[in-house]
Design a protein around this ligand. Structure first.
Ligand code: HEM
Length: 399
């Protein structure tokens, strides 16, 4: 059975268990037969590295069509989140927070992230079996981004369900049920209410956190409206952990399924940066992103018309044999390539340095602390998301 025979609605069935277990086996025939594929849902599905790269770099592809309609992953974190904005608004809003995520700032966070990794690992010692997601991969990025933003630790459990609803809501709207859309909107309203309370607290008493910095900017009234502030906070909180949890968990799963590579990382913790790049390439937490064509563009032998929707399959691009030799092989010492897990162009992941740091410290720490770790469930279940690829649970034996 090939992906194309599966037909619907993208050239593959994103919610079929076989697809969730191994989407790459479904992308391959699509890339080989129709790399620029016009799907039944009238979306151009791109599975070649070169085409994905071109779309992400070319500002003729954006998030608003020429009638001003917002398209694709519409509204998941509010229409005003800069993730799905075009310049000049995108430039203005990204500029307000980008200083907090530079490589230099992130380097200064290293001791604190290491401390959190060590604390979480210490909590696992003496245990024989754990769900690595709920006890390690999820709490780490939640704690890190919450501390950066200034979200109190006591509140962190409150937003798990809202965040899940928004993560699901990142999927293209034509793949969501009315109920999922309703949950997404309710979750966003809950986040807005929650952040309004925190904003009031910081207005009265500013602190050394990103929230206070944004509140100060908003008080100018020129650079940021209240809704833009709320949407930016939600974006940072959700993007800051819903992806990194999957880097850590997908990465651990890949290492457990490739014991020789587990051993490579265990024996060479200083090679964690290369290891993380390869794990991001091999099983990227963000599988795709959407754009709309603002003018007519030729991709391969297809003509993309103005206002056509385009889906760049990052997961497929990262396995393109034109760019990566033997792409289905996990090789932690592979020379650094042009993997697209963090996107490209003006929307290149703002949190990439932070995600890399967390991934490196978490994975190197984990294999060192538990060299005998093993999978308890050979076929773990995935969450029902298409854009974000992640496991519902990862049960492992530790000793
Ligand atoms: C392994 C973890 C992560 C992965 C794989 C990832 C992936 C991505 C990708 C692919 C994009 C571009 C989406 C597009 O072009 O449509 C993106 C954007 C973004 N990411 Fe990440 N991300 C990760 C972690 C983080 C973290 C820790 C943060 C921290 C706040 C973050 C914040 C953002 C933001 C704010 C954007 C929007 C950038 C823009 O539109 O200019 N991400 N991320």
């Amino acid at each position: 059975m090939t992906a194309v025979e599966d037909a619907p609605p993208l050239g593959f069935d994103p919610f079929h268990p076989a697809f969730q277990a191994d989407p790459y086996a479904h992308y391959r025939p699509l890339r080989e037969s129709s790399p620029v594929y016009r799907s039944p849902s009238a979306v151009w599905v791109l599975s070649r590295h070169a085409d994905c790269m071109e779309v992400l770099r070319d500002n003729n592809f954006g998030h608003y069509d020429d009638s001003g309609q917002h398209v694709g992953m519409n509204g998941a974190v509010g229409d005003l989140s800069f993730l799905t904005m075009d310049p000049p608004d995108h430039t203005r809003l990204r500029g307000l927070v980008s200083k907090a995520f530079t490589a230099k700032v992130v380097r200064s966070l290293r001791p604190r992230v290491q401390e959190l990794v060590d604390e979480l690992l210490a909590g696992l010692r003496g245990r024989t079996e754990v769900d690595l997601i709920s006890e390690f991969a999820h709490p780490l990025p939640v704690k890190v981004i919450s501390e950066m933003l200034g979200v109190p630790a006591a509140d962190q459990d409150r937003f798990t369900d809202w965040s899940n609803a928004l993560a699901r809501g990142l999927d293209p709207e034509f793949l969501l049920t009315p109920q999922q859309l309703a949950w997404r909107n309710e979750a966003k309203a809950e986040f807005d209410d929650y952040f309004r309370g925190l904003i009031e607290l910081r207005r009265a008493e500013p602190a050394e956190d990103l929230l206070s910095g944004l509140v100060a900017a908003e008080q100018d009234g020129v650079v940021l409206t209240e809704q833009e502030l709320l949407d930016t906070l939600t974006l940072l909180l959700v993007a800051g952990h819903e992806t990194t949890v999957n880097l850590i968990a997908n990465g651990t799963l890949a290492l457990l399924r490739n014991p020789d590579q587990f051993e490579v990382l265990r024996a060479n913790p200083d090679r964690a940066p290369e290891a993380v790049e390869e794990l991001l390439r091999y099983d990227p937490p963000v599988q795709l992103t959407m754009r709309v064509a603002k003018s007519e563009v030729r991709l391969g032998c297809q003509l993309i018309k103005r206002n056509d929707l385009v889906m760049a399959l990052i997961g497929a691009a990262n396995r393109d044999p034109e760019v990566f030799e033997d792409p289905d092989r996990l090789d932690l010492l592979r020379p650094a390539g042009r993997q697209l897990a963090f996107g490209q162009g003006i929307h290149f992941c703002l949190g990439a340095p932070l995600a890399r740091l967390e991934g490196q410290l978490a994975l190197a720490g984990l294999v060192r602390a538990f060299p005998e770790m093993r999978l308890l469930d050979e076929h773990p279940t995935y969450r029902e998301n298409l854009v974000l690829r992640g496991l519902a649970a990862l049960h492992v034996g530790l000793g």
